[in-house]
Design a protein around this ligand. Structure first.
Ligand code: NDP
Length: 433
């Protein structure tokens, strides 16, 4: 905290992990001696750069770009790029720190990193977004590569932004490699990557609920926050598994549709028109729109899937969910549930899927995209989807087995932190300082 003040999200993420690791490091005095914990909280490399671009009025705008390469003990750095006005170094560090454990849990050879900018794509024209992405890549290209660091999307970075960045990367490097993931299907992308985080979240939660409390999505009422990439495909899979999703949100407010959300309308509004979620009631007048997004957790549900952003579900919201009979919470976003709320869920026996484990499907499928790029081959939708499902089930099994082994049965937070850490720490120890 002394060394990096003003990074509350990073401190929050580190604190949660270090607390979980107490029983592990006691058993490994050699790791303490080698200061593995001190090494693991320090990013291997942090790059901050300016991103100048010209807006549609011909004026010069300057944003700040970041890439934090956190840990490469088990593979090349891997993690998304976030474009949102709230982005700063502390946010990118928290995301990179979490990413390293998540990537380890996938079982694939992926190190951890994260990047982004305080650029806000909202309200910008296509040309402005393109000019920004190109300028961003003019600096970023020198730090990344298929065997060095492979960025992907995150908040504010979808297929459009990845396309503009990849186009510029290719022009500068004059080679066609899988240095970014989330690419379009005709130019190196993987099937199921778009759906992967949301689908993976539901595969993970389905397995966890079945094993821990013999319940499932079938017949359950579900509330999902956000209406971006993760939220949309979590909704799609929850519906396919027999759940009824009744609410979705964006940063302005939330919609409630007692008959179940019509996902085609949401895709039209969000993926094609890029408009606000309030538009939904124009198509479905029986649904209700409420200004402000935090009250979405007052809606009665069996399963809650926070899929928008960090710290969006606090203690008060957790109490409302528990009082309303909610039996499972799965983190689709990164750290959407505050530490106090996580504690409440675990104390009350709610099945709680922590982000590191529950939303690892996106990066796992990015890993599969890298594998397909390496052999210049594409698997079918069914093949990728089956691999994704197996990976999510394995993550659940590994997480719950490790939790039990250390005396914290059914505590998937501790299980995920320890399981993710062990693999990285072993590799760091083997590789010397
Ligand atoms: P998108 O940009 O596609 O969607 C983000 C959604 O969250 C939008 O509905 C947005 O609303 C809402 N949102 C963003 N910031 C806030 C805020 N401060 N308050 C309230 N709502 C907000 O992003 P993704 O769906 O890709 O990412 C969502 C979360 O999932 C993030 O935490 C991300 O790190 C995590 N994640 C994403 C992965 C992926 O594969 N995409 C993989 C693993 C994790 P609005 O449009 O109004 O801003």
């Amino acid at each position: 905290i002394k060394r990096d003040p003003n990074e509350p999200e990073f401190h929050q993420a580190v604190k949660e992990v270090l607390e979980s690791l107490e029983p592990v490091v006691e058993k490994k005095p050699q790791w303490l001696k080698r200061r593995i914990l001190n090494q693991i909280v320090e990013p291997e490399r942090q790059v901050i750069f300016s991103v100048p671009w010209i807006d549609d009025n011909g004026d010069i705008q300057i944003n700040r770009g970041f890439r934090v390469q956190f840990n490469s003990a088990i593979g090349p750095y891997k993690g998304g790029l976030r474009f949102h006005p709230s982005v700063n170094l502390g946010i990118i560090k928290f995301l990179g720190f979490e990413q390293m454990f998540k990537n380890s849990l996938t079982g694939l050879p992926l190190g951890g990193g994260k990047g982004g900018s305080d650029f806000d794509p909202k309200g910008k024209s296509d040309r402005e977004v393109m000019r920004f992405c190109q300028s961003f890549m003019i600096e970023l290209y020198r730090h990344i590569g298929e065997n060095t660091d492979v960025p992907a999307g995150d908040i504010g970075v979808g297929a459009r932004e990845i396309g503009y960045m990849y186009g510029m990367y290719k022009r500068i490097r004059n080679n066609f490699t899988g240095t970014l993931t989330g690419k379009g299907l005709t130019w190196g992308g993987s099937r199921v990557r778009t759906e992967a985080t949301g689908y993976g979240l539901c595969y993970f939660m389905e397995e966890a609920m079945e094993s821990m409390i013999r319940k499932s999505f079938q017949g359950a009422t579900v509330v999902v926050s956000g209406s971006g990439n993760v939220a949309i495909y979590a909704t799609e899979k929850a519906q396919q598994l027999g759940g009824k999703v009744v609410a979705l949100s964006d940063s302005s407010g939330y919609i409630y549709d007692a008959d179940g959300i019509k996902l085609d309308t949401i895709k039209q509004i969000k993926e094609i028109e890029r408009k606000r979620i309030s538009e939904y009631i124009k198509y479905h007048p029986n649904a209700k729109y409420t200004e402000g997004c935090s009250n979405i957790w007052s809606i009665k549900c069996d399963i809650a899937l926070p899929c928008a952003t960090q710290n969006e579900l606090d203690e008060q919201a957790a109490k409302m969910l528990i009082d309303n009979g909610c039996f499972a919470v799965g983190e689709g976003a990164n750290m959407p549930v505050t530490s106090e709320a996580v504690k409440l869920f675990i104390e009350n026996g709610i099945v709680f899927g922590p982000a590191k484990a529950a939303n690892a499907g996106g990066v796992a499928t990015s890993g599969l995209e890298m594998a397909q790029n390496s052999v210049r081959y594409s698997w079918t939708f069914e093949e990728v989807d089956a691999r994704l499902k197996n990976i999510m089930i394995d993550i659940y099994k590994n997480t719950s087995t490790v939790a039990k082994e250390y005396g914290y049965e059914n505590n998937l937070v501790i299980g995920a932190n320890i399981a993710g850490f062990l693999k990285i720490a072993n590799a760091m120890y083997a590789q010397g300082i």
